[in-house]
Design a protein. Structure first.
Length: 487
């Protein structure tokens, strides 16, 4: 079949595409920024269409000739009005699918608690449920798969569980750690998404999906500790940690920022357990499925340890950060563009210098004044930003769209240029470019440029307040990267 995948650069979409290809389907991806898909290993095997699910015209083009359309996007990262954006996008998607004669829509939503009024749900779960209803009413046969916590390397839920358990042998926790949950392994989610493409045409409904284990979050932490070879954790639930407070607590301990931790923790206030198992009568269950919680953790940890995490939760954009690339128009700045440009001759080959540049960030750090970078990361977390803890997806290789601490990889020209776009909280737009070249004598030269476009008086004040530290931070980067390449 011909399948359209939205959200292909995201955590689930980036893993679904190769599964669909392996099943023999043709795949088209709808992406606002096609360059984000350029470096995926399956990029040459798919068709990529530029567009946005909130735009009827581009969605219409993407739907042409499609049999099955996968809706794997949500607007949580768009800010406080994400529910309205989700509502509008789902309507456009359903209407254009119906107009194009698409045979089926498949949507991955959230498992909502049984018997809880919708107005008592978290905004995140409420919006997921509403999107499912809109697609079911679109006139196109739709399968809504409702999942609770997804366990897999790189998922936000798994990273939250992993860091809380590994870093805190003694925990004072929110009361939601007593809530019963039915987690599901990411490989089972992918299996069911692929299988849903073959559902009979008269099937238009939601399905609960989940693994074989029903656990409290406390149970999940203790079982994670056992699988990871850690001592048993001492967990003390207290009632005073509200979703807002607990999201900040999660944000301080884990790489997951408070802006994402809050909807995740709010979703855990109510019991989320399957009430039906009907999907299994439509999608065959192989002998090794469904995967139990302990096995799912074991598989996820193995991928983390082998540095083989194909997609991560941080693939999604961060609210309030720029999504457009660095403009090349020389008049763009309007007289308000600040730059810090430095370079150095390096006693190493261009290839060795590039290896250092592509390996920057994460465990390798930023090659200058670690305390300054750490403080900047902590300040960013305190104001709700992502901080430095997101690290890297891969220890040695980067691709467009990867998160890199509080940066996002905007462009890579292998062996020549790495451009990073800032996703820390700053009153303006910021980029950092690291490049490799040669001078007139054939020597290897390292180029570095920081670019800042201030927003208002606060932006100008920010630049001049940090300018005295640029010699230490940016100058140190140039010297230390040159030394590292030489070694």
């Amino acid at each position: 079949m011909h399948c359209l995948v939205t959200g292909a650069s995201g955590y689930i979409g980036g893993r679904l595409v190769p599964e669909l290809l392996a099943a023999g389907h043709r795949v088209r991806c709808l992406a606002r920024t096609p360059a984000k898909l350029r470096d995926f290993p399956w990029a040459e095997q798919v068709e990529v269409v530029r567009g946005d699910v909130t735009d009827p015209e581009s969605t219409r083009r993407a739907m042409e000739g499609v049999d099955v359309a996968y809706y794997l996007v949500h607007a949580l990262s768009s800010g406080t009005r994400f529910e309205e954006t989700d509502r509008r996008a789902a309507r456009v998607f359903g209407e254009e699918a119906q107009r194009a004669g698409v045979r089926r829509i498949v949507y991955l939503g959230g498992l909502t608690p049984s018997g809880v009024p919708e107005d008592e749900l978290s905004p995140h779960l409420r919006s997921r449920a509403e999107v499912g209803r809109i697609l079911l009413d679109s006139g196109v046969p739709t399968a809504v798969l409702r999942a609770a916590v997804i366990i897999g390397s790189g998922s936000a839920s798994f990273e939250m569980l992993r860091y809380l358990t590994e870093r805190l042998p003694l925990m004072v926790t929110p009361s939601w750690v007593r809530t019963r949950i039915q987690p599901i392994a990411v490989r089972d989610v992918l299996r069911l998404l692929v299988g849903s493409a073959d559902l009979p045409p008269d099937v238009n409904r939601s399905f609960d999906v989940g693994g074989p284990d029903i656990l409290t979050y406390r149970d999940m932490m203790q079982r994670y500790a056992r699988v990871a070879g850690l001592p048993k954790r001492l967990i003390l639930p207290v009632p005073v940690l509200t979703p807002r407070l607990s999201s900040h607590w999660v944000g301080l301990v884990t790489p997951v920022p408070a802006s994402l931790a809050r909807p995740l923790s709010e979703s855990l206030r109510h019991e989320v357990v399957r009430t039906e198992y009907d999907i299994e009568s439509y999608v065959p269950t192989p002998p090794d499925a469904p995967v139990g919680f302990d096995r799912a953790v074991e598989l996820a940890l193995r991928r983390v340890q082998d540095a083989n995490v194909t997609t991560r939760w941080s693939s999604a954009s961060v609210p309030g950060t720029p999504s457009d690339p660095l403009p090349t128009d020389p008049d763009w700045a309007g007289g308000s563009l600040y730059t810090d440009v430095r370079e150095a001759v390096v006693d190493a080959s261009p290839e060795r210098l590039w290896r250092v540049i592509e390996g920057i960030g994460g465990e390798n750090g930023w090659y200058s004044f670690p305390l300054a970078w750490a403080v900047r990361g902590w300040l960013d977390r305190l104001v709700g930003g992502v901080g430095l803890r997101r690290g890297r997806r891969d220890k040695a290789r980067l691709r467009v769209g990867d998160s890199l601490d509080f940066w996002r990889v905007e462009e890579i020209e292998p062996g020549t240029l790495l451009r990073l776009r800032a996703e820390m909280r700053v009153p303006g737009l910021a980029w950092l470019e690291l490049g490799v070249g040669r001078d007139g004598e054939g020597r290897t030269v390292y180029h570095q440029r920081a670019v800042f476009h201030p927003h208002g008086l606060a932006g100008h004040a920010y630049w001049w307040s940090v300018a005295p530290f640029h010699g230490v931070v940016f100058g140190g980067m140039v010297r230390n990267i040159a030394v590292a390449a030489g070694r």
